[in-house]
Design a protein around this ligand. Structure first.
Ligand code: HEC
Ligand code: HEC
Length: 344
């Protein structure tokens, strides 16, 4: 009921769209030099405090640009508290991170470098490290036409590279462009459930199968928060630095609430893309579900305890199987192959 009111409020019913042009911000045009510099930086472990982590350590190209962990890998001796998001189709996302706390890839790039449980490195120091490497001096000069080597330029290059990670030629794209044979019979039935009885389309629509909005589905908490005090320490730390007063007794992930301090955002997370979903798991912001079957069962039950958003769906085992076939077969595009460059 609530969901219908909200949809009526925003006045649009979602539809699926084939992949079209990738949105590129005017302030950061794509150039081959910039994309290549971004690719090199993405793999360079100099960006982390002890030289063990690069962006690609957690966003592994061969693992759907994620890391196959429920809770993300982390800086040595620390633990992370959330699942590593895929970077596939990140150019289409309107708010970044599970809680949408940053709004552009340019703004995002510094966050993992600074985070004590991700790369743990001072950004001004990174500038000087890069300036000490002659190959970087010439790569930055070739890309930006000056000798600045700034953290801002580093962010521009990382963003440009990430905008090339686009899922293309998925069977769904061919199907939406008129090739009705592109989907198997099961996947077509799954698509009908996705758009009908399953109501997935209400939130998962557009090119990226995401409405870029936030919902508190009350996904169960990951037991690792209880089992591993370091995971709980990370949760308290993030809540504390975001001004949450009762961080000491916190026993759930507050989600978008930490960004807006608005009660309706308590435990709310961004609708994720479903493109290439078969290439990375576990699923949800805390990796609580290892398989798509478990995710489908969660939605079939009407989501987590006392959520005001979802209702039980009453899907049969056959319908669940078809829904899964739609997600795994129709939404998997050409593999995005990114090789590790030769590092300076
Ligand atoms: C230690 C593991 C780790 C490393 C290293 C890491 N990330 Fe991430 N990344 C994550 C996790 C976990 C999230 C989700 C965090 C959250 O929502 O609080 C994330 C989220 C993101 C997002 C947002 C995706 C979305 O769908 O909104 C982008 C973009 C991103 N990372 C890019 C990078 C870049 C660029 C680097 C290197 C400078 C990097 N990451 C390094 C683990 C990592
Ligand atoms: C009310 C909006 C809404 C509806 C309806 C909805 N979803 Fe989602 N979906 C979300 C949100 C929000 C998340 C992220 C939850 C989290 O991380 O805790 C999510 C997560 C997922 C994920 C995990 C993706 C990942 O990368 O971790 C899958 C798969 C998924 N949904 C499939 C479906 C299917 C299939 C349906 C229909 C049966 C459906 N969703 C209905 C909002 C919705």
């Amino acid at each position: 009921m609530l969901l219908f009111l909200m949809l009526a409020g925003c006045g649009q019913r979602g539809e699926l769209q084939a992949t079209g042009p990738v949105p590129i911000p005017k302030e950061n045009p794509q150039t081959p030099e910039k994309i290549e510099l971004g690719r090199i930086l993405f793999f360079d472990r100099r960006l982390s405090g002890d030289g063990t982590m690069s962006c690609a350590t957690c966003h592994v190209p061969e693992m759907g640009f994620s890391d196959n962990q429920a809770l993300s890998l982390a800086y040595p001796t620390t633990k992370s508290w959330r699942n590593t998001q895929t970077l596939v189709n990140i150019a289409f996302a309107k708010a970044l991170f599970h809680d949408g706390r940053v709004s552009s890839l340019e703004e995002q790039a510094g966050h993992p470098v600074l985070s004590p449980f991700e790369m743990n490195r001072n950004l001004d120091y990174v500038e000087e490290v890069l300036r000490s490497v002659p190959e970087y001096v010439s790569l930055f000069r070739k890309t930006f036409g000056n000798d600045d080597i700034s953290k801002e330029q580093m962010a521009l290059a990382l963003a440009a590279f990430q905008r090339t990670l686009v899922s293309r030629n998925a069977p769904l794209d061919k199907f939406l462009n008129g090739d009705k044979g592109a989907l198997s019979a099961d996947a077509q039935k799954g698509l009908a459930i996705f758009q009908g009885k399953g109501r997935c389309i209400e939130c998962h629509h557009g090119v990226n199968l995401s409405d870029n909005r936030f919902y508190a589905l009350n996904v169960p908490e990951n037991p690792r928060f209880v089992d591993d005090p370091r995971v709980a320490a990370t949760r308290r730390f993030v809540a504390k630095i975001n001004g949450y007063k009762k961080f000491k007794t916190l026993d759930v992930d507050p989600g978008r609430y930490l960004v807006t301090k608005d009660k309706k955002d308590w435990r709310a997370f961004r609708t994720p893309t479903l493109r290439d979903i078969a290439r990375h798991g576990p699923y949800m912001h805390n990796g609580i579900y290892a398989t798509l079957e478990e995710v489908i069962d969660f939605f079939d039950r009407g989501g987590g305890e006392k959520n005001g958003v979802l209702q039980p769906l009453g899907l049969s085992p056959e319908e669940k199987r078809q829904l899964k076939a739609f997600m795994t077969d129709a939404l998997t595009g050409d593999e995005i192959i990114v090789r590790m460059p030769k590092l300076p």
